[in-house]
Design a protein around this ligand. Structure first.
Ligand SMILES: *Cc1c(COP(=O)(O)O)cnc(C)c1O
Length: 391
């Protein structure tokens, strides 16, 4: 059942009840996406032309100004930050991460801080915090923007009396500063992506491997064409000769001479990722959420089995960010880590969401569940919770 490389390498698979988690390999790809990646693999193309063509197609499909395929939302945040600091100026692009002579501050509400902030600061930009953990005042943004401000970072889904995107963009734009939205976890739905632009976003970062179910190493930077062209300069392989270099959209660049390998070169994407993401998004647009349904059926099996076993309170929930139903297992703060460790060590091996473990709750997300995982996971959870499964 499991492929030969697993035993060859001495590896054991896990039941992924976390969902699109990079540390567990992300979500399984639909065969149509794999077919597209296989078709892409033997054909040599200019990556800049491929990026431009796929970006134009995705921009039409999604209804946004422009798209650039990246290796993930984290890379898209890096490219957006780099672009906000340099524009299309090849001399400035060549400077990063030395930002001493550039606008190099990114303003962020304290409540919007996140471990992914390193995607911003790795460019050489500096974060400038405003507000407090649960509130920000408009004046606090207005006052802090100055000659060194390159961008304002905004994240959805944070509770508190915070600046919304429209209010943030209104103030930022009054100062001529762009707004970067980290939409990684929140896109799709596509309506939400479009709404970010309606509210004034200049750059939106989205994951390819979360709700779109594209390759785990893919993502999107959405922005206007000129920003996309500059982001491409930070990102693409620049082993080019000035005399023969003629990228698509060259007229946008402020200098005709190419920069050298930029800050984004370390985040390269292969043609398989670019074509795989296009195939995944075309599939998604045809029937949004269709590929979530098999996992949701497994989740229903788990809910029924756990209800019958009655070994801990189980609550059905809905994950607003990923737009899928989930289950919460209230195992209690005193044993939640022990239960997690037993599930991770046992047979089958399983990983549940630990985002709410601080309040004694483990979460089951259906997106990566395979046929049969429901029964196997429920059996294993019951064994651990009733003390009959200690291995
Ligand atoms: C997942 C996530 C990212 C990173 O997305 P990748 O596509 O894995 O690079 C960035 N920001 C937030 C808030 C996320 O949830």
């Amino acid at each position: 059942m499991s492929p030969r490389w697993m035993s060859d390498l001495g590896l054991r698979s896990v039941i992924n009840a976390v969902g699109p988690a990079t540390r567990l390999g992300g979500l399984p790809l639909h065969p149509a996406v794999i077919d597209a990646m296989r078709d892409a693999t033997a054909i040599s193309v200019r990556i800049d032309e491929l990026e431009t063509a796929v970006g134009d197609r995705l921009a039409d499909l999604l209804g946004v100004p422009g798209v650039y395929v990246t290796s993930g939302a984290a890379a898209a945040l890096t490219l957006a930050t780099a672009t906000a600091m340099t524009g299309g100026d090849a001399r400035a692009i060549d400077l990063l991460p030395d930002t001493r002579t550039l606008r190099n501050e990114v303003v962020v509400q304290m409540a919007h801080r996140d471990p992914y902030d390193r995607s911003i600061t790795s460019t050489g930009a500096r974060l400038v915090e405003i507000g407090y953990p649960t509130s920000t005042h408009p004046d606090e943004l207005d006052r802090v923007i100055g000659p060194a401000t390159a961008a304002v970072l905004w994240r959805p889904g944070r509770p508190g009396d915070l600046l919304d995107l429209a209010g943030t963009a209104e103030i930022a734009h009054r100062h001529g500063v762009p707004v970067i939205v980290d939409g990684a976890l929140f896109i799709p739905p596509v309506d939400r992506l479009v709404a970010y632009f309606d509210d004034g976003a200049d750059f939106v970062a989205a994951s390819g491997g979360k709700g779109f179910r594209g390759p785990q190493g893919s993502g999107l930077l959405c922005a206007a064409g000129q920003q996309i062209a500059a982001a491409a300069l930070h990102h693409q392989d620049m082993d080019e000769r000035p005399a023969t270099w003629s990228p698509p959209g060259a007229s946008w660049y402020e200098r005709s001479s190419p920069p050298r390998h930029g800050i984004g070169r370390q985040m390269k994407v292969g043609r398989e990722q670019v074509i795989g993401l296009l195939a995944a998004i075309e599939r998604y647009m045809g029937d949004p959420g269709a590929d979530d349904r098999p996992g949701i059926a497994e989740l229903e099996v788990i809910e029924a089995q756990l209800a019958a076993a009655a070994c801990c309170p189980v609550e059905p929930r809905f994950d607003e960010a990923l737009s899928v139903p989930t289950l919460e297992l209230h195992v209690g703060v005193t044993r939640v880590d022990d239960v997690s460790r037993q599930l991770a060590a046992g047979s089958p091996r399983a990983v549940l969401g630990e985002g709410e473990a601080w309040r004694g709750v483990l979460t089951i997300n259906p997106m990566a569940l395979l046929p049969g995982d429901g029964v196997a996971l429920a059996d294993r959870i019951v064994a651990v919770l009733t003390g009959t499964g200690r291995s």
